[in-house]
Design a protein around this ligand. Structure first.
Ligand code: BGC
Length: 772
């Protein structure tokens, strides 16, 4: 009897390790702790109530849609991000949500990554610091943040099974660094582990990642949640430090875990500690939601506009064509300003409350579409735009990417804008010398017409109030102060990893090491279209003084123009020349507001990390003569320390692009790629992979396609269709089991059949059918 009671108690403890359904944890009735509701996302709530699964991705309770992280990063303003996080938390309180699944702190390794619009920057300091601001604001309302996607999740192609092969130094200095900063600075109460493998080990079962680094080194004491469907082996995951498997409702491997906990004391302790972390999260949620709360959505709409206005980047402003004055002869061109592009697709999609459009905001201006909602143009549509442009003194053309281009679940295929959009801008620029281009896109674009137009404004995906923010900038009511948080190359081929990023490789070789974004362009002397940190203002600023005393730097900045404005000081540490190191590393940034003629001094504190590299298992200060740099001024600083370790030659010379040999030398060895095909299928394979050898898999894939198409109202060209289909057929079979869509034996039967062991496979299918 005692034993039975003990076993039942253990089962209850284990069962807390997976959710109750798609969004909720289980309640702990014994301890009177109610279940916790989790909800996406990083720039507004996606609180699904009725269609509570992947298929209802776009049907959620209305909430304010803030600009996405690729734009908010350009604010370089941690406190602004805190304001946004706080407002989102207030909406969470209003909607009974105890944990928000965000922010995302993954590094933009390549500009084609489909989810770059959800991430902040190519730079670890910017990504980590801004994520920390967001978390601070959100958690100040008592609502938990779940920082994601930990870690090395930098491509959407094959995201469920891809293997990020990355050397330790690169991982520590670039890809783990934003998470480290955010964890140490803002103490998120939860962390989401990513789908992918890192050097062959899935994140959810990666003890080095989740326990050794996250908990022991960084002191994280919150709950680790899987990305939705990222659980692999529940026992290994417990041992790795993964607490909650989501989505829930499947009891995946719970029996095995309870049985093991019964006989193995160590494992029992792990499970109990893990359950306590889940309970802590639930208690926190319950506390935050114990008092009814009503959020001020209208005020949050205005805040979303403020965040956009503080982030939009003025990239070019020849002859000071901007700001415009009211009453000038100006026309507006471009369908993206009418069917306003303001957010991306996927799990971060917000059912916005009130979407503004540029066409409405600038309703007094004559308008022509130029191209259609998909970016296609005809001779006639372009002629319409040209005729309008001829009659105006100045032309605003809205360019960028259509909705179908940017989504979770797949990567972009090009940095080019649709041809119809480029042709429209070029045709208009031929007939009018005063063209102002607004770019709406969640990421980097090739801008072939940059030299033919007078002004370029990057507005990212500016959220539901982005249009009024743009209007304020166009007419000078707000002085632009955004700066690019990502480098914009001239063309895709200039990207360091262009030749080996993404499709068709699910083994992602991080061959370029630490040379991501500006770290590569600067060291390799590759010119870019728009540099990291670039951004103009309607006033001018000058750095009048830079002093370095020990580890303290003081920078004086003066507003030398005629308007009040905000300026971001970027403080760099320039490394001693040569070897495997970036030319300079961002060590701090601060945004300040100055009236005309006003001068202020900004202080920064440098620490050992700013002069260190990661060597084998520790940070090592490298000695030499450094330079501290701010706004073009430099001061030398001598630092005592060790010598820079040797590295394979490409990493010092950056001649050409990194080859496999260079990488092999850096990594030690590149593990052989697992063969895919008949005889090699396993529970780690996907339905899509198996369908090239198995008729049964083909039939299933066909059925899934039809089902998903129906769920997307018959539209198989939408980004939702592509993402949902991928979630069904690109996940490993083991995750299909976690999602509860099939039994283990059934899936094993499929694997046998795909491998050509028909008898065994069919037997497993039949026995699964009869519940054996
Ligand atoms: C995404 C996560 C998201 C989760 C729940 C996953 O597919 O990768 O970012 O939070 O779904 O919607």
């Amino acid at each position: 009897m005692e034993d039975k009671k003990k076993a039942a108690a253990l089962e209850r403890v284990v069962s807390l390790g997976s959710g109750a359904d798609y969004w909720m944890t289980k309640e702990d009735s014994e301890n009177h702790i109610p279940s916790l509701r989790m909800t996406d996302g990083p720039h507004g709530l996606r609180n699904q109530t009725n269609d509570a699964d992947t298929e209802g991705v776009n049907r959620s309770r209305p909430a304010v849609c803030f600009p996405t992280a690729s734009l908010t990063a350009c604010s370089f303003d941690e406190d602004l991000l805190a304001e946004e996080g706080r407002a989102i938390a207030q909406e969470a309180r209003d909607q009974n949500v105890g944990m928000v699944l965000g922010p995302g702190a993954n590094i933009k390794r390549n500009p084609l990554c489909g989810r770059n619009f959800e991430y902040f920057s190519e730079d670890p300091l910017v990504s980590g610091t801004l994520a920390a601001g967001w978390i601070r604001g959100c958690q100040s309302e008592g609502i938990s943040c779940c920082l994601k996607h930990f870690a090395c999740n930098n491509q959407e192609y094959d995201r469920f099974i891809s293997n990020s092969m990355v050397d330790e130094r690169t991982a520590r200095e670039i890809y783990l660094r934003p998470f480290e900063i955010a964890v140490k600075k803002a103490h998120p109460w939860a962390m989401m582990c990513s789908y992918n493998k890192i050097n062959g080990v899935y994140s959810s079962v990666n003890r080095k990642l989740l326990t050794d680094i996250l908990r022991k080194e960084w002191g994280f004491d919150g709950m680790v949640v899987t990305d939705w469907g990222a659980m692999h082996n529940r026992i290994d995951a417990y041992r790795a430090g993964c607490d909650l498997s989501m989505p829930g409702g499947m009891a995946y491997m719970e029996k095995e875990c309870a049985q093991l906990a019964e006989r193995d004391e160590d494992f029992r302790r792990i499970v109990e500690e893990s359950a306590e972390r889940v309970r802590d999260s639930m208690r926190r949620g319950a506390r935050a939601l114990s008092v009814p709360y009503s959020a001020d959505y209208e005020a949050h709409h205005d805040l979303a506009g403020k965040v956009a206005a503080e982030s939009i980047v003025l990239l070019k402003n020849e002859d000071s064509i901007l700001p415009l004055s009211y009453g000038e002869s100006v026309c507006l061109i471009g369908d993206l300003g009418d069917h306003m592009r303001y957010q991306g697709s996927g799990s971060s999609h917000v059912n916005a409350i009130r979407v503004e459009t540029l066409r409405n905001e600038l309703a007094d201006l004559p308008y022509a579409a130029g191209y259609d909602v998909n970016g296609n143009a005809t001779e006639q549509s372009i002629d319409g735009a040209v005729e309008l442009a001829k009659k105006a003194d100045k032309v605003i053309v809205v360019a960028g990417l259509p909705v179908s281009a940017e989504s979770e679940g797949f990567d972009r295929t090009t940095l080019a804008m649709p041809e119809g959009i480029v042709k429209t801008v070029e045709a208009v620029a031929k007939v009018n010398p005063n063209v102002i281009v607004i770019l709406l896109a969640g990421g980097v674009l090739e801008v072939p017409f940059a030299d033919d137009v007078k002004a370029v404004l990057y507005a990212g995906l500016p959220g539901e109030a982005g249009a009024s923010a743009l209007k304020k900038i166009l007419y000078g009511e707000v002085n632009p102060s955004g700066r690019l948080a990502e480098s914009w190359p001239m063309k895709y081929e200039d990207v360091v990893n262009a030749e080996y990023y993404g499709e068709p490789r699910s083994d992602a070789e991080y061959r370029e090491g630490i040379y991501v974004g500006s770290r590569y362009y600067e060291k390799a002397h590759v010119p870019v279209r728009f540099a990291f940190g670039q951004g103009l203002s309607y006033t001018t600023f000058a750095c009048t003084d830079l002093k370095v005393d020990g580890r303290t730097a003081a920078v004086s900045v003066e507003n030398t123009g005629t308007r009040a404005g905000k300026h971001t000081v970027l403080l760099y540490v320039r490394n001693p020349e040569g070897g495997y190191r970036e030319v300079r590393k961002l060590a701090g940034f601060r945004k300040i507001e100055l009236s005309p003629g006003e001068r202020r001094t900004v202080m920064f504190t440098l620490d050992d990390r700013d002069f260190s590299v990661y060597e084998k298992d520790h940070w090592e200060v490298i000695g030499g003569t450094y330079e501290i740099e701010a706004d073009g001024k430099r001061v030398a600083l001598s630092v005592e320390g060790s010598e820079l370790p040797d590295s394979p030659s490409w990493y010092s010379s950056l001649e050409g692009k990194p080859g496999r040999d260079d990488f092999e030398e850096l990594l030690g060895s590149i593990p052989a790629v697992q063969p895919i095909g008949r005889g090699h299928y396993s529970m780690d394979s996907t339905l899509r992979q198996m369908s090239s050898d198995s008729k049964v898999a083909q039939v299933i894939v066909g059925q899934v396609c039809r089902h998903v198409k129906k769920a997307c109202d018959g539209d198989d060209s939408s980004p939702e269709y592509r993402m949902l289909l991928s979630t069904a057929i690109d996940i490993p079979l083991s995750s299909i089991e976690v999602f509860g869509r099939a039994k283990q034996r059934q899936l094993e039967g499929l694997v046998d059949i795909a491998n050509g062991s028909y008898g065994r496979g069919i037997w497993k299918e039949i026995s699964a059918l009869f519940g054996k």
